[in-house]
Design a protein around this ligand. Structure first.
Ligand SMILES: [Zn+2]
Length: 281
């Protein structure tokens, strides 16, 4: 009897943890006094939500005043470790009214990667200055709050290949627990074309960064940026406007990488988003 009970519990746990999270977009209407504000997207860690209000007022999320288009469109994002509750505030008649809603919590995989060069797992001190400088340049792009409205377009796959790494997985490099993986990895042959997932402005085009090697950053607007890493070649320069599906570079294995693949990350300011959620909607 006890054995059966244990088996049932194990099966329940297995089903619970193995069922993939729902990726369907959801809609939520938040009412502030007599004003309705609609949110549509993925209310889950790593998700992006598009909001709309016809009211010309301030929207505050994560202590940030949120940019709106003239039509009242805006975006908010929920990072990898976003807590279960999110709060959005609207300023009406100089009064701040706050509403809360739920964010689905995810369970992340653990990924072990061995055989990396030692200097790539724990960089030698002599590289610290360079790494700090490069991280600062990346952060400056992520902090951009441009009025580009490309983020409201549907996102396309930036390259063709096999997904070899998913969003959020905890990484253990050569046996050492490291920061989680924030992008998706798409394994493809060196030289495979990489295209822009939406219309964008190029904000970084670097041949050789310490961790990410050949790196392109695109601004999609309203705080949403993409980072493409480990590229073997770069076909754009900073300031270029690129169209959706326009070639920007080629897959490679530059920087901290064990084989040719495209690492694609999407950010909403300092929040890391799951690129797969943008694609599957
Ligand atoms: Zn990666």
């Amino acid at each position: 009897m006890n054995i059966n009970k244990n088996i049932i519990i194990i099966i329940i746990i297995f089903i619970f943890f193995k069922i993939p999270f729902s990726i369907a977009k959801e809609s939520l209407t938040l009412s502030y006094e007599n004003i309705d504000l609609t949110l549509k997207g993925n209310f889950i860690q790593g998700g992006l939500v598009i909001g709309k209000t016809n009211l010309n007022s301030f929207i505050i999320f994560k202590n940030k005043k949120i940019r709106q288009t003239p039509d009242g469109l805006f975006v908010i994002g929920f990072g990898r470790d976003h807590p279960e509750t999110a709060s959005l505030s609207l300023e009406i008649n100089k009064e701040l009214i706050t509403k809360s809603f739920k964010i689905k919590q995810r369970i992340y995989k653990t990924q072990k990667i061995n055989g990396l060069q030692k200097k790539m797992v724990t960089p030698p001190k002599s590289f610290y200055e360079r790494i700090i400088r490069e991280n600062k340049a990346i952060k400056e792009v992520r902090d951009l709050d441009s009025n580009l409205d490309f983020v409201f377009q549907k996102f396309n796959w930036p390259t063709q290949g096999v997904i070899s790494g998913v969003f959020g997985s905890q990484r253990i490099l050569n046996g050492k627990p490291k920061r989680p993986h924030y992008g998706i990895d798409i394994a493809a042959k060196k030289g495979t074309t990489v295209v822009a997932p939406t219309e964008s402005i190029v904000k970084m085009a670097e041949k050789d960064l310490y961790y990410t090697g050949g790196t392109i950053m695109l601004d999609h607007g309203h705080g949403v940026t993409s980072v493409f890493s480990h590229l073997s070649s770069i076909n754009v320069k900073v300031g270029d406007k690129v169209l959706k599906n326009q070639k920007i570079g080629e897959v490679g294995s530059t920087g901290r990488s064990t084989g040719p693949h495209l690492d694609w990350r999407v950010n909403w300011f300092d929040q890391r988003l799951d690129p797969l959620l943008l694609l599957e909607n």
